[in-house]
Design a protein around this ligand. Structure first.
Ligand SMILES: *Cc1c(COP(=O)(O)O)cnc(C)c1O
Length: 360
């Protein structure tokens, strides 16, 4: 069997140790005589798996006791609606800082429920930097401020958590969740689809401060109502059991490798290597302001888009997979989530050097 280095933005590569564990457990989880896919979500085996995963997430991220951790479905896209439905709390306005394609989708969906104010957005939607905090136009009546810490398509990442005073800060962490330590107390709500940096598709994590719960719009679907999900320990209805279990294994994998400080060190090194090579190559180009470059998703272009197909074909031949950039920005994109080994980045850089040499 040959495993490729998979640079997909999501669903994305998972740690090989986790996949092997899943394979070992597949027919008979822990002597239960069944797979996790076949268990009752109310049974003691699955409840133990679920509780362990929640406890591991809580300790890894340092989630304070006054926050609830919810395991939901519907993806980050589902949260684009759930957030205004739950967090307007009698208000009619929310602020959105738009730094890329996902922020655009979030503000558009919020506009169905409230006045979604554009607090900051680059001119002509050229998403190559984070707008300076002094230039944000925050509405004093906003129920919350929403931003996207890492824009997966454009590769724009906030170098630090912005200060918005006492207004709850809401963040779409989908593509940078657990890539480095964060101070959860700075946020009213954090959410992330699992399929980038946590596990398989199907689970969406929501971490919400408890004082924000309980004021959902009356028409909020029960499965999107944070208060009700929290009260039911995320088992209001059948959860995505198998995905939850695999996420739990990934959390244990992160823990065993030194937790988030160790992930951060490795991620900074991996991304740093690739950006250094790109900048020094005189051949490849990344348009993002260096201070705002993503550690997770590295878009780059070749000098001539006519070479893209040859670049991708050659990469595929040596097991460097899914490097094609998003259709909206073109070029290439290498996603370097926690599970991408440093050897994958080294192999990519070697290939890029060789390609530039022979096609320069
Ligand atoms: C992938 C992604 C989404 C969409 O996630 P779904 O789970 O497909 O809804 C939203 N925001 C960001 C930042 C993403 O990377």
């Amino acid at each position: 069997m040959t495993r490729v280095f998979n640079f997909s933005a999501g669903p994305a590569t998972l740690p090989i140790d986790v996949l092997e564990q899943v394979r070992n457990d597949l027919l008979d989880w822990n002597g239960s005589g069944m797979s996790v896919m076949e268990m009752s979500h109310r049974g003691k085996e699955f409840v133990a798996i679920a509780e362990q995963a929640t406890a591991d997430l809580k300790s890894l991220l340092g989630v304070p006791d006054n926050y609830s951790i919810l395991w939901m479905q519907g993806g980050a896209t589902g949260q684009f609606s759930a957030i205004p439905m739950n967090l307007l709390r009698g208000g009619s306005t929310a602020d959105y800082v738009v730094t890329g394609s996902w922020g655009k989708k979030a503000i558009k969906e919020a506009g169905r429920f409230c006045t979604a104010n554009t607090a900051a957005r680059p001119v002509d939607d050229v998403f190559t930097h984070v707008p300076a905090r002094e230039q944000w136009n925050l509405d004093p009546n906003a129920a919350y401020v929403h931003y996207t810490p890492n824009e997966t398509i454009e590769g724009v990442e906030f170098p630090e958590v912005p200060d918005v005073g006492d207004v709850p800060l809401v963040a779409d962490f989908s593509s940078t969740f657990l890539s480095r330590p964060i101070d959860v107390e700075r946020f009213g709500l954090i959410y992330a689809g699992a399929q980038k940096n946590l596990g398989p598709a199907g689970v969406t994590i929501v971490i919400v401060r408890n004082d924000l719960l309980g004021q959902a719009l009356p028409q909020t679907p029960t499965v999107l109502d944070y208060q009700q999900i929290a009260a039911a320990d995320s088992m209001l209805n059948t959860p995505p059991c198998f995905a939850w279990y695999v996420c739990g294994l990934v959390l244990q994998w992160i823990k065993a490798r030194g937790g988030l400080p160790a992930m951060a060190e490795r991620n900074a090194r991996k991304a740093g290597k690739l950006y250094d090579y790109i900048d020094g190559s005189g051949y490849y180009r990344n348009p993002v302001r260096p201070s705002d470059r993503s550690w997770m998703n590295v878009p780059f272009t070749l000098p001539d888009a006519g070479l893209d197909a040859a670049f991708l074909a050659g990469a595929g031949e040596i097991g460097l997979s899914t490097l094609k950039g998003h259709r909206s920005v073109g070029g290439m994109r290498a996603s370097l989530y926690n599970a991408m080994p440093e050897a994958g980045v080294d192999a990519l850089i070697d290939y890029m050097k060789e390609f530039a040499r022979t096609n320069g």
